[in-house]
Write a protein that binds this ligand. Sequence first.
Ligand code: ADP
Ligand code: ASP
Ligand code: MG
Length: 455
Amino acid sequence: MKYGGTSVENAEKFLNSAKIAIETYNKGNEVVVIVSAMSGVTDMLLDAANKSLKGENISQIINELRSKHFEACKNIIDKELLSNTKKSIENLLLDLEKSLMGVHYLGELSLRSKDRIVSFGERLSSLILSKTIQSQGLSSEKIDAFSLIVTNNMFGEASVFFDKSYTKISDSISPLLKKDTIPVITGFIAKSIDGDITTLGRGGSDYTASIVGAGIDADEIWIMTDVDGIMTTNPKICSSAYTIPEMSYLEAMELAYFGAKVLHPRTIEPAISKNIPVRVKNSTSDSLGTLILKNTKKNHKVVKAISIIENASIIYVSGAGMIGVPGVAANVFKALGDNNINVYMISQGSSEANISFVVSEKDVEKSENALRKAFPTKDLVRDISHIKGVNIISVVGKGMQGAVGTAAGLFSAIAKDNINILMISQGSSEVSISFVVSKEDGHRAIRAIHKAYLE
Ligand code: ADP
Ligand code: ASP
Ligand code: MG
């Protein structure tokens, strides 16, 4: 059972989340809880890290963190339990302050230090949730995922060594479950083989939940969040969005990969490997949410959901010298891969004189530098250029497989709204079609497709 930041944003939400875990346990289930940092805390920690780097005073942020977390302990009624919890919070904040001082004095903020600094968010919230469960009379233990999840040292977005992690998870968690204890595990964070703290990427607590779920062979993995499950699109963009009762692993993966923030893009992988159903539910309502399974019942709808990746950029690589020369595309993508740049979409014109692809806006300069290094002369690649500020819209649905005219229908729905398409790509599985529009058109495109296919 994983609680996101909004499900622990204050003392009431901590108590609510603790009660759901206890209720589920009292129905005869074994329960393992994963928790994110309190809403906004990861950003506050990153802000503190950047301020320390610039030599600015961080005492105000530390004070804010202290009062936010102290305030969140309000429902730990037992006096001794409360005072112990506050002491542990103080100790964590002291440790955090030391890390921030390190950044300040060295004038250096590596990805490694950043991961160490943001890890405090989950370390604080897991402490409070575990103590809130204890204060309701149940046995609970807070566990830092450092001792469970082993990764490489790609700080900021580390890769998990599954077999090693599964063994550690099962060895540590199973005995606790036998002792009728509810473990509360930090989401998002892990440790590298060398013993450094790493993170699994923003929003990574969902991923922690499925890694732990797979490690203990859970019957179900529940992602408890602030909406009624996976919806036809982000309800913040389109007010007529509604909950999808069932999805396949493949559909959920495509949707998450293409930007639906409700699930971290890698959440589904560990679940697939052990065939564990994933349920996405609202932590503050009784709705059933969305059940994600290997196979779903047939759904007559062609399009199931629409997602968006904002802050993306198209990069164009062109040159007449590329025509008919084998290996140019391979070298383009090798250069990007070697620099850890994630490519969302690729398109190559049939003339072969150009290749275009989409990356996150933050990776544009890094991509262009990598390509200039890989193609130092202008013989093959003459021009490298980009358009910043584009959105990728992805339309997902198993029903699109073999359905004639889906692409035509989608594009005419968008054309009616006068929206210009900059690039198109269809996944080979036919479960999704993605296209790129300028950022001014992104939300309008979503609403146009939602209206045409889902209302
Ligand atoms: P948590 O803190 O629980 O991890 P997130 O903010 O990471 O929650 O994810 C939930 C949010 O994802 C929702 O509030 C919603 O705005 C957004 N979202 C984007 N796409 C979708 C979608 N297709 N269905 C539901 N929510 C979505
Ligand atoms: N706290 C982390 C973040 O804000 C992880 C998570 O919330 O899932 O990205
Ligand atoms: Mg999230």
